[in-house]
Design a protein around this ligand. Structure first.
Ligand code: FMN
Length: 214
């Protein structure tokens, strides 16, 4: 997968995001209503919808507009099941990769215990996974902005998403990058499960913003 500067273009929106299946037409509503979705129904996502949310992703801001991102869309059921299994095994077997340790997850022991249970599925049974790769050494923060755009646009369409930080070590493995046809130099920033929600997710809490005024 090689994207060069000659591929760059001033993009036209693909379709108005005002067309909403949830009624969450405004960005602010999507921000407040989006939840990490962990149960999906079996319906596949259309190519058009995947392209739409990827288009929203690439409208994220990036440092000096360098757009240091690339996306792999995995929809083959067999591949998803295999990666979910391999990613879980990696989580259980290997010393925690630095990105998992640094993710600040509160209780990795509890998480590993959960991952070893029979009902655990790393991608929550989603029909698709979008893996965002940073194509430059310092591109990961820009990829997170793209990830948020993708998740908010998905929500506006009625699609659910869940970031799967626990799968980053898997998608940073040399053999997996090779299989996906991505450069060995790229860093997996964030895999995101995506699909039609099976049930509404419970609201989640937020601590008040810590703010210093000067
Ligand atoms: C960088 C990052 C990594 C995450 N990794 C996982 C993950 O591996 N599995 C999972 O189920 N949720 C994951 N999440 C989702 C968070 O648990 C979720 O966003 C958080 O609990 C708040 O819930 P909300 O998004 O519904 O508000 C991740 C979120 C972020 C931002």
């Amino acid at each position: 997968m090689t994207i060069t500067d000659s591929d760059a273009a001033i993009p036209e929106p693909r379709r108005s995001l005002e067309v909403s299946q949830t009624g969450a037409a405004s960005a602010i509503r999507a921000i407040y209503e989006r939840r990490a979705i962990r149960t999906y129904d079996d319906r596949p996502i259309s190519r058009e919808d995947v392209e739409l949310v990827l288009d929203a992703a690439i409208h994220a801001p990036s440092a000096v507009n360098c757009q240091p991102w690339a996306f792999v869309v995995i929809q083959e059921r067999e591949a998803l099941a295999r990666y979910a299994k391999e990613g879980t095994q990696l989580l259980l077997d290997e010393p925690l990769a630095v990105e998992v340790v640094e993710s600040g997850l509160p209780d990795m022991d509890r998480l590993r215990q959960m991952a070893s249970g029979p009902d655990f599925e790393l991608f929550h049974g989603a029909p698709a996974l979008v893996v965002i790769y940073a194509t430059s050494a310092d591109g990961v923060p820009d990829c997170f902005l793209a990830a948020q755009n993708l998740m908010l646009a998905s929500w506006t369409l009625g699609l659910g998403t869940c970031p799967i930080g626990l799968a980053r070590p898997l998608f940073n493995r040399a053999e997996v990058k090779k299989e996906l046809g991505v450069s060995p130099e790229w860093t997996c920033a964030l895999p995101i499960a995506i699909g039609w929600p099976d049930a509404a997710a419970a609201p989640t809490s937020r601590r008040p913003a810590q703010v210093a005024w000067k």
